[in-house]
Design a protein around this ligand. Structure first.
Ligand SMILES: NC(=O)c1ccc[n+]([C@@H]2O[C@H](COP(=O)([O-])OP(=O)(O)OC[C@H]3O[C@@H](n4cnc5c(N)ncnc54)[C@H](O)[C@@H]3O)[C@@H](O)[C@H]2O)c1
Length: 251
């Protein structure tokens, strides 16, 4: 399950699930670049992770939504890392809106970050990965974060759920398009994760009460799956989605 020495880029890695994944990757000796829009949160994280790893963890502040900027951010990370073995698309937003109150700006925000941003980073990554040599049977791996909401009804956040269904769809299309290049593209779909953002949003207790395991995921519970997908152990999964929801998906 090794990720040791792999060059990996994470979007949204300054907090929550992205940060837990970054911490795990640093512990397992990957080489890391984190892209996040929030410099105030990113800078102390980079300092802490660099100290912990004994090697520089690269922090890049920016917005993945405009295509030119996403490409610039990716190139900056790739220039420093050299080979890019993996990309994790974790940046995302999920403000709740009643199903009949979704305004134009709500659609625009959720779709621009969750779908367009993810698309931009995937496109930049496959362009880079296609030119790399094959290691084992794989040239590169991309992990997108979707949600169980992509696969269930979600009247309390319908536009968000639609963005995550779109990410699952993009995952399949990209996987199919770049399978001949031996680039694996997978999505991971969690249910409630006890991140600070989700705690503040106030939906975790209700979600836990409908979850067979009776609790929300801790960020590490999900990060383990992301790291597995990035590791050499994942050689034959592409276009597929892994649901990690404590049983919530079928309850
Ligand atoms: N927390 C949950 O319950 C839960 C459940 C299912 C799926 N998810 C998904 O997991 C991911 C992370 O969620 P989280 O709870 O850790 O949220 P979070 O807010 O803690 O982390 C998201 C990070 O993305 C960054 N970001 C936002 N917009 C960006 C942009 N345009 N460009 C670059 N960076 C940007 C933020 O600054 C933040 O650091 C999201 O995609 C979310 O939809 C979360």
């Amino acid at each position: 399950m090794t990720v040791e020495g792999k060059g990996i880029i994470i979007t949204g890695g300054a907090s929550g699930l992205g940060l837990a994944t970054a911490e795990m990757l640093v512990e397992r000796k990957a080489r890391l670049a984190i892209i996040d829009i929030n410099p105030g949160v990113l800078e102390p994280v980079i300092e802490r992770l660099s100290t912990k790893s004994g090697a520089e963890v690269l922090g890049i502040t920016g917005d993945i939504v405009p295509k030119a900027e996403a490409y610039r951010l990716f190139a900056k990370a790739a220039d420093r890392l050299g080979r890019v073995d993996g990309l994790v698309n974790c940046a995302g937003v999920y403000p709740r809106k009643d199903i009949l109150a979704i305004a134009d700006e709500d659609w625009d925000l959720d779709f621009s970050v969750n779908v367009r941003g993810t698309y931009n980073m995937m496109a930049a990554a496959v362009e880079k990965m296609r030119g790399q040599d094959i290691r084992g049977t794989v040239r590169g791996r991309i992990v997108n974060i979707t949600s169980v909401d992509a696969f269930k009804s979600h009247p309390k956040n319908a536009h968000y759920a639609a963005t995550k269904a779109a990410v699952a769809s993009l995952t399949k299309s990209f996987a199919d398009a770049f399978a001949p290049d031996q680039i694996l593209i997978i999505s991971v779909a969690p249910a409630g994760i006890a991140t600070e953002k989700a705690k503040a949003a106030g939906f975790l207790a209700e979600l836990a009460s409908h979850t067979p395991l009776g609790r929300n995921a801790q960020p590490d519970d999900i990060a383990e799956w992301i790291v597995f997908m990035l590791s050499d152990a994942n050689r034959y999964m592409t276009g597929e989605n892994v649901i990690v929801s404590g049983g919530y998906i079928y309850a």
